[in-house]
Design a protein around this ligand. Sequence first.
Ligand code: FCB
Length: 460
Amino acid sequence: MVSCVGMRYIFPKRFLWGAATSAYQIEGSPLADGATPSTWHEFTHRRGTIEDGTNGDVACDHYRRFEEDIRSMRDLGLTAYRFSTGWARIFPEPGSVNPTGLDFYDRLVDSLLSSGIVPLVTIFHLEEPLWLSRMGGFTQRSSVDHLLDLGTTLMRRLGDRVKMWCTINEPSLYSFQGYGTAEYPPAHRFDLRGMFHCAHHLLLAHARLCDAFSTLVQDGMIGLAHYYVDVVAADPARAKDREAAVFMDELANRVVLLPLFSGSYPERVLHRMGRFFPRGFEKDLATMGGRGSYTGINYYRRNRYRYSFFTPFLHAEEHLEPSAPHTAMGDEIYPPGLFHVLMRLKGEFGNPPCMITENGPPIPDVPGQDPLDDTGRVSYMADHIAQLGRALQERSDCRGYFFWSLLDNFEWSKGLSMRCGLIHTDFATQKREWKKSAYWYRDLIKRGWLEHEASEVAEP
Ligand code: FCB
């Protein structure tokens, strides 16, 4: 448990201090050594899909420079590192493993372990092989078996050394942005059937991967990383806004958390949108609850909702409060939300072991300003980590914090210019330089305590 003297949060000795990345965002060399294209490779090569016109062809060139990056992790004092695997490197075609692709992750794991860093492997982080997408991707039930193939291959190869696993990164966001807003491939818009089929199959695959894990990996932990949104009513005094917020919370959060913990979907979502789920989903649900051994939370934002008669199905509309602080990606910055989610896991779901698997602000370069002087990132981290300290004091069973991200990388539809790293990447030269936030994080990890106020922020 955390102890607190004044506003000093002292973190447990075994608390994991990490950073997170994902394969397509950092590796580069997407077609090297027998790999076939992922949907992101194909998508980024279509004109107009990425805001700044960049792609992940080189990104941080981590595929060839991973040893240098692991040295930085060691110098930062990270005790854990969360990364993901390139599915189409390992399975260039359905059913056939590419040993060279798999070897890369083997070397990465060995190198992390020899630097004293605990690896946390994410099996699927947004990066679907093009071959799967051509078969209908996660809208098809067969996708569950394909993902299980990838997961079990990884567990068999790495499970003797890797004990921390994340099955899937952000099933709700993947479905929503792929089939709702068209920000991710396959870029469908308002395809509710696609969205709920995809989400359901991802959640089913999670349960199956957890089952496989219990026979393939000894003494480990497995969970998924949920994109948690702190949802509130735009005007808490209006009953209609409160109702809108309850529904949007079901859609953003409970649609993932309920299947994980109790094998059910939230009632209101089923009532309004049940017809878009795959036929027979109820039978699956009965086999899905209570599977993982920890819950991963990616926390970036608070959303406010107003009642809206005219928005089909949702009857809710997002309200952007101009006086509230927002990141460059439009996320409302609200550090107490991190405390709320941990308390919610404790109160509603029996205080499961959990981890903050992502948190961090995107800050684009501003011409004329020193990109290494990221004091905004430092205050963001202090504000959020203090809330984590506060939750530990309230006996949350949170075991680790993974900052997004280790180094500036390819930020999906925003491209290379949206920077999230502790370490600055010069994409022209591949030179890495530590930002202020990297030194700050290193010192925090070394000290093991944080002196900072964690209060409920007054409503703007
Ligand atoms: C999360 C994604 C991660 C990164 C951050 C900024 O939703 O999981 O890959 O893009 O946002």
